[in-house]
Design a binder for this molecule. Structure first.
Ligand code: GLN
Length: 239
């Protein structure tokens, strides 16, 4: 395994970090270092420029005001569009996910998104709050995703993106499917430290970033995540 440095960028922790989103950064760094890959954690505040030369870009969730501001700043910054052209890995959660699309609604206004994902978001009749889980797009070959959601937005996918998962419990994009996947970009309504509960998804991002097959990454002890997954499914099944 390569020992080169993996550069992980967490975009705008001062605006988009409502649900413990730092956990995704920590999990990626931990899982890289457990495989002998040094990871640099780069926090980029909204008054700073986003580095163009990094390996993984993380964007978290947030309330409508910070979300609209983050979208304006990201459009002006241009780095994410550039990294997309270079095929970099991006993982975006809820507000961060919505703003990667063509447009989204915040505080009653339609806001321009970055247009990196072929999708647009509007608002649902009620907030989607609670458990969110379901089987992942077969091509990604990942186990069932589990997590929680808390958002007002609903997301409509265009033909250029694949839903990340089908919804068994919860709402996700629209009550039927959840999240989006295009190239090496994954967006999800699984909130906060979703990668802690879904370590295989973390490994998929790492594998893309370092240019290997996920199956070639040495396995780690993920019993805790597996038992949490089982616990949630048992609880939901007995409702
Ligand atoms: N403000 C957005 C919504 O409610 C995103 C919320 C979030 O990131 N949890 O849909």
């Amino acid at each position: 395994m390569s020992t080169s440095l993996l550069r992980l960028v967490w975009i705008y922790p001062d605006l988009l970090s409502t649900y413990g989103d730092r956990g995704n950064l920590l999990i990626l760094a931990h899982r890289a270092e457990a495989r002998g890959i040094l990871a640099e954690q780069i926090l980029v505040r909204s008054d700073q420029a986003i580095p163009h030369e990094a390996d993984v870009y993380l964007i978290g969730g947030g309330e409508d005001g910070p979300q609209a501001l983050a979208a304006e700043k990201l459009i002006a910054d241009r780095a994410l569009a550039d990294t997309h052209e270079k095929g970099k890995t991006v993982f975006a959660v809820c507000a961060g996910y919505q703003l990667l699309g063509e447009s989204f609604i915040a505080s009653g206004e339609r806001c321009r998104g970055l247009g990196l994902l072929d999708m647009a978001s509007d608002r649902g009749e009620s907030r989607a709050v609670g458990e969110l889980s379901g089987p992942v797009a077969p091509a990604l070959n990942l186990p069932v995703l589990t997590g929680f959601e808390n958002h007002g937005g609903r997301t409509h996918l265009g033909p250029g993106v694949t839903p990340l998962a089908q919804v068994e419990h919860g709402i996700g994009n629209n009550g039927s499917h959840e999240g989006a996947w295009q190239d090496k970009i994954i967006g999800t309504y699984l909130h906060g430290p979703a990668l802690a509960r879904n370590p295989e998804l973390a490994d998929q991002l790492l594998a893309w970033a370092i240019g290997v097959d996920r199956a070639s990454l040495p396995p780690l002890d993920d019993q805790w995540a597996e038992s949490l997954r089982r616990e949630r499914f048992n609880a939901l099944a007995s409702r």
